[in-house]
Design a binder for this molecule. Structure first.
Ligand code: HEC
Ligand code: HEC
Ligand code: HEC
Ligand code: HEC
Ligand code: HEC
Ligand code: HEC
Ligand code: HEC
Ligand code: HEC
Ligand code: HEC
Ligand code: HEC
Length: 329
């Protein structure tokens, strides 16, 4: 087999020099692979197909022109340029498995890997033979999507992608809304992050492939990304809320932004959980404990009428301050 690869390399150099399109390389190696000389390499498990069982993409093309076309125009074509993994990591067969017996007898579909018939687990395993590493996929075993049988091809399509970039079935947010209807209604609320308008995307905050970070029983919380510093994802864009502040508001630091805000969107100004800011504050601060100049009755009354006495009218820097332990400035 080593020899065969060397022959492949020589053919490769020869072909490259004579400026013939690279796709012919695969057919040349594929044709050579048809010879019965190829035996399993030492260490190769008995179950994995021998190189002779791979026919190469050009052979598939003879009967599947359309699928060949969509593949050759996609980034997956690049697998033909990297010969290190051998034929099992190249071309059509990197995904569909060794194709010699299928090519010889196409009527028996059990001889080729059919994604549409495969279980989500089998599909993911196929794709992850190449995509298990890298910063965005490192945590994919923790993915809540994978744990709930959402497979790669629920979102990606190697042949029929409508969004060329990342080979997506649909563009965001429509892709996500196809399963997450509740979130769709949240982003239609009067105050919302402008996801539908295309200003930011679901995947700015979430890693649909799975995230590291905090565990909550069996899965990682909400598949949220972290900022570059490994903090709440919100700081990625709202850096001014991160501090460090000389006087931090404990609720912001400890419990996080979602204690007061609905991150997707809601009916209240600033996406707050309560329409009345005071009620929000009084979730944690009891009136009795407040040593205020203005009586709390007055505060509440005036607030209801005009918003003039909202807590945040005086406690302006509610996320934290460098000058005032009461967040006045
Ligand atoms: C000699 C012609 C021929 C060759 C070569 C060939 N196929 Fe096929 N293939 C067929 C036929 C015929 C079918 C059945 C089509 C059908 O029933 O719709 C088929 C079916 C398939 C299917 C299943 C389609 C479905 O119905 O979901 C896949 C996947 C497939 N081929 C992939 C490949 C790949 C990959 C290669 C190269 C390794 C290849 N084929 C080579 C003729 C061929
Ligand atoms: C990156 C993995 C991957 C590669 C590479 C790939 N396919 Fe597919 N193929 C799929 C998936 C996934 C499907 C299921 C349909 C879909 O999601 O696009 C599929 C479906 C098919 C089908 C069934 C018909 C259809 O379009 O649904 C045929 C036939 C096929 N592929 C042939 C090929 C041939 C021929 C090549 C090489 C030229 C190839 N595939 C390369 C993943 C791949
Ligand atoms: C044989 C290895 C291999 C397999 C198997 C494989 N891929 Fe890929 N995939 C690649 C390579 C190589 C690239 C290009 C990466 C690059 O050049 O940065 C790629 C790129 C991608 C991209 C990014 C597209 C873009 O525009 O950046 C997506 C999405 C993807 N693959 C999905 C899949 C899915 C889904 C499957 C399973 C159906 C799959 N891949 C199977 C090797 C593979
Ligand atoms: C819930 C939908 C969804 C699922 C499931 C999903 N992806 Fe993705 N994937 C996306 C979206 C959206 C993007 C583009 C945005 C981004 O880069 O985060 C993407 C980007 C990618 C990319 C290119 C950028 C990168 O991160 O490298 C690759 C490769 C990829 N996905 C592979 C996979 C594989 C392999 C699986 C299955 C194990 C998978 N995806 C499952 C939605 C999904
Ligand atoms: C601004 C950042 C941000 C954006 C953009 C965003 N999310 Fe979220 N999402 C969050 C946070 C934070 C939580 C956790 C809320 C909590 O735990 O109270 C969450 C929770 C979720 C949940 C878990 C159930 C729930 O509602 O608590 C789902 C599902 C979800 N988001 C889907 C989506 C989808 C789909 C999109 C795009 C349409 C999206 N998210 C856009 C930040 C965001
Ligand atoms: C094919 C259906 C499907 C698609 C498409 C899909 N999801 Fe999901 N998603 C699920 C399922 C099922 C779960 C797990 C059960 C649940 O929370 O509803 C889930 C869970 C999640 C969670 C975690 C919720 C939690 O409670 O921790 C987030 C966040 C999420 N999805 C975001 C996204 C984003 C962002 C997209 C688009 C890139 C997307 N999803 C596309 C089906 C899907
Ligand atoms: C990808 C960037 C990005 C991320 C991440 C992000 N935001 Fe935002 N956020 C924005 C932008 C841009 C606006 C401006 C509002 C607009 O015009 O849509 C905004 C607006 C807001 C507002 C409303 C401001 C107002 O005056 O009404 C709040 C509250 C908010 N974000 C909270 C959060 C929280 C909480 C998180 C984390 C869950 C978060 N943001 C993550 C970009 C982001
Ligand atoms: C203790 C409750 C609370 C917490 C926790 C909180 N906020 Fe706020 N936030 C508010 C209130 C109240 C307002 C409205 C301020 C006003 O009315 O002047 C606000 C306003 C905002 C605004 C819009 C106005 C501005 O100052 O830019 C953004 C953006 C924002 N918050 C982001 C965040 C982020 C990001 C986090 C997490 C780091 C967070 N908030 C945590 C209470 C909170
Ligand atoms: C989720 C609970 C929570 C919410 C909601 C909340 N706070 Fe706090 N706040 C705290 C905690 C905890 C402290 C720290 C108390 C301490 O150190 O004794 C604090 C401290 C303060 C302080 C500084 C006083 C001190 O003793 O250090 C002020 C002022 C304050 N909050 C105002 C507000 C206002 C105004 C709101 C509404 C916009 C609000 N808080 C909402 C939990 C909350
Ligand atoms: C008219 C301005 C004003 C309004 C409105 C106001 N505060 Fe204050 N707050 C103050 C002042 C002044 C102090 C400092 C009192 C002192 O020094 O004894 C204070 C102190 C506090 C403290 C610190 C108490 C402690 O034990 O140290 C908390 C907590 C607080 N306010 C919460 C609130 C909440 C919650 C609201 C809304 C329901 C609110 N404030 C509305 C002016 C105001």
């Amino acid at each position: 087999m080593r020899r065969l690869n060397n022959i492949g390399t020589i053919i490769f150099l020869f072909v490259a020099i004579s400026v013939v399109p690279l796709t012919f390389v695969r057919s040349a190696v594929g044709a050579a692979g048809d010879t019965p000389s190829a035996a399993a390499q030492p260490g190769q498990s008995a179950a994995s197909p021998a190189d002779s069982e791979y026919v190469g993409a050009e052979r598939c093309k003879t009967c599947h022109e359309k699928n060949y076309d969509s593949w050759s125009k996609s980034v997956h074509f690049r697998t033909t340029l990297d010969t290190r993994g051998g034929p099992s990591k190249q071309g059509c067969e990197a995904c569909h498995g060794a194709g010699a017996s299928h090519a010889a007898d196409p009527s028996d579909k059990s001889k080729i890997f059919l994604f549409k018939k495969a279980s989500p687990g089998e599909v993911n395993a196929r794709c992850l033979t190449c995509h298990a590493s890298g910063p965005t996929h490192l945590n994919s075993p923790n993915s809540f999507h994978r744990q709930n049988d959402v497979s790669c091809i629920d979102c990606h399509s190697p042949h029929h992608a409508t969004v060329k970039e990342s080979l997506l079935v649909k563009s965001q947010p429509a892709l996500c809304y196809s399963c997450h209807l509740q979130q769709k209604s949240q982003f239609n609320m009067p105050e919302h992050h402008r996801v539908n308008e295309g200003l930011i995307q679901c995947t700015d905050c979430h890693n649909q492939h799975g995230t590291g970070g905090v565990w909550e029983s069996d899965h990682l919380v909400r598949q949220l990304r972290t900022s570059d510093s490994g903090d709440f994802v919100c700081y990625k864009c709202h850096a001014d809320k991160q501090g460090p502040f000389v006087f931090a508001h404990a609720s912001v630091k400890v419990e996080g932004c979602a204690t007061c805000h609905i991150p997707h969107g809601g009916a209240n100004p600033h996406m707050l959980k309560y329409s009345n800011v005071n009620l929000l504050c009084l979730q944690c601060h009891t009136t009795a404990a407040l040593p205020h100049g203005p009586s709390m009755d007055k505060v509440m009354d005036a607030q209801n009428a005009t918003q003039q006495q909202a807590c945040t009218l005086c406690h302006v820097q509610i996320h934290g301050s460098n000058f005032s332990n009461y967040f006045f400035r």
